[in-house]
Design a protein around this ligand. Structure first.
Ligand SMILES: [Zn+2]
Length: 436
């Protein structure tokens, strides 16, 4: 949809504005930011405060239409791409320059919080509204994006960001994601009003000047440290996989301890081995999240165990060292417990460092607003890492109260929500000036 600029009513009742804020020519409207977050939170398949807006669901579609309506009101060209990403673009003064891009994801996990993803989307649209309200045109176009299916509830994650980055193959559309019932992903997209046949048109064929994603931390570091702004140094890499343990199921009363091939006793040691490969010299964090025990009967020595493992690090060498260490420990456990232990790693996802220019711009922006910063890694994956091939990327975190996310009690103090949006806007204005 293309429309001309429409002046926005400016809300002068921002309760969070500090009297010593720098008199910049453009600023976000705190009242509008918070009321738009409330408006989005109400679009949910479950009653509040939990928000359920699974990708391509009727609630997701309703939220996408609200975003689409906000675009024209700020003089931005706004459209939905063939997979369901909602994009708004505010023109720049130099049409030869690639866009500065900001945004996050519009979908949620079932029973999730109102800020995960949505905060970065609403703030991105607020950046456009603020530029329009101030009549400010940057050199670069400014593009706001609401990616679809970051969470991967109904289909493998990052559908929207993989589509724009050219990393989504059309074969995937013909698979039947288990959570989508008997339908293919293509049929699910069509039923949500998307145009999967035109997948190629979702791809961004030109580079971006920079992509900056604003997000809640989803962890406790900023909240516990009393720091308002996190400057993300890197998005973590992941090495996931399965461990299969095969012993011999047998009678729990008649099989002497010394003669058992107990798969679950070996599995207990493998769980501790997974834990042991994180720490100094190893990966950052490591988890066994699932165990399947066979036959899982009280009076039978377990004969089979399958388990998952999830290793994460921002350093690819430490990630592969942790995997080698795990394989070595698993072999030793198998020999000692007289069971067969097989480690099956999945293809790893590489860590993505944030671009130094973006990190510095975020730091300068926070300093200009008098906000303290902390450099930290993102232990969760984000769309920002998926689109890193398109140009320099970076992330801004705001505190998650109690470190809680993916839950209805997810929250961030309004002062920090507004601070993060202000830092986002100032970062983009800074990058517009400082990018080579
Ligand atoms: Zn998220």
């Amino acid at each position: 949809m293309v429309t001309g600029p429409v002046p926005l009513p400016v809300d002068r009742t921002d309760p969070l504005r500090r009297s010593d804020d720098p008199p910049a020519g453009v600023d976000v409207d705190g009242g509008r930011l918070l009321s738009r977050l409330d408006e989005m939170a109400a679009i949910s398949a479950t009653p509040g405060p939990a928000v359920t807006r699974v990708a391509w669901s009727p609630e997701w579609r309703a939220a996408a239409e609200v975003l689409h309506d906000w675009g024209p009101r700020v003089g931005a060209r706004c459209w939905m791409d063939p997979v369901g990403n909602v994009i708004a673009e505010y023109p720049g003064s130099d049409s030869r320059l690639p866009p500065l891009v900001t945004g996050s994801h519009l979908d949620t996990v079932p029973g999730g919080g109102h800020l995960d993803g949505t905060y970065g989307v609403v703030a991105a649209w607020e950046v456009l509204a603020s530029l329009a309200a101030a009549g400010r045109v940057l050199r670069h176009p400014v593009r706001a994006v609401a990616f679809v299916n970051e969470e991967g509830v109904v289909a493998p994650p990052y559908t929207g960001s993989r589509a724009v980055a050219g990393l989504l193959e059309s074969d995937e559309l013909d698979q039947q994601p288990s959570a989508a019932g008997s339908r293919s992903l293509r049929a699910l997209l069509e039923s949500a009003g998307c145009q999967p046949a035109a997948l190629d048109r979702a791809r961004w064929t030109q580079p971006v000047a920079a992509f900056v994603e604003l997000h809640v931390e989803q962890g406790p570091v900023l909240d516990q440290g009393g720091v308002s702004i996190g400057v993300v140094a890197a998005v973590t890499g992941q090495q996931r996989g399965r461990v299969r343990i095969r012993g011999q199921a047998n009678h729990a009363g008649t099989t002497p301890i010394s003669m058992r091939h107990d798969a679950l006793v070996a599995a207990a040691e493998v769980v501790l081995a997974v834990r042991a490969v994180s720490g100094p010299g190893g990966c950052d964090v490591s988890t066994v999240g699932r165990l399947d025990v066979g036959p899982n009967v009280a009076n039978v020595v377990p004969g089979e165990v399958d388990m998952t493992f999830d290793l994460r690090s921002t350093d690819p060498r430490r990630l592969s060292a942790a995997l080698s260490d795990l394989v070595r420990r698993a072999e030793q456990i198998g020999a000692a417990r007289r069971v067969e232990v097989t480690v099956d790693p999945l293809p790893p996802t590489a860590p993505v460092p944030a671009d130094p220019l973006v990190r510095e711009a975020v730091r300068r922006a926070a300093t200009s607003h008098g906000l303290p910063t902390l450099s930290l890694a993102s232990g969760a994956g984000h769309d920002c890492a998926i689109v890193a091939g398109l140009g320099p990327v970076g992330m801004i975190f705001v505190p998650s109260t109690g470190g809680i996310s993916h839950h209805c009690s997810e929250s961030t103090p309004p002062r920090d929500l507004l601070g993060g949006a202000r830092v986002l806007l100032s970062t983009l204005v800074d990058l517009d000036r400082t990018l080579p």
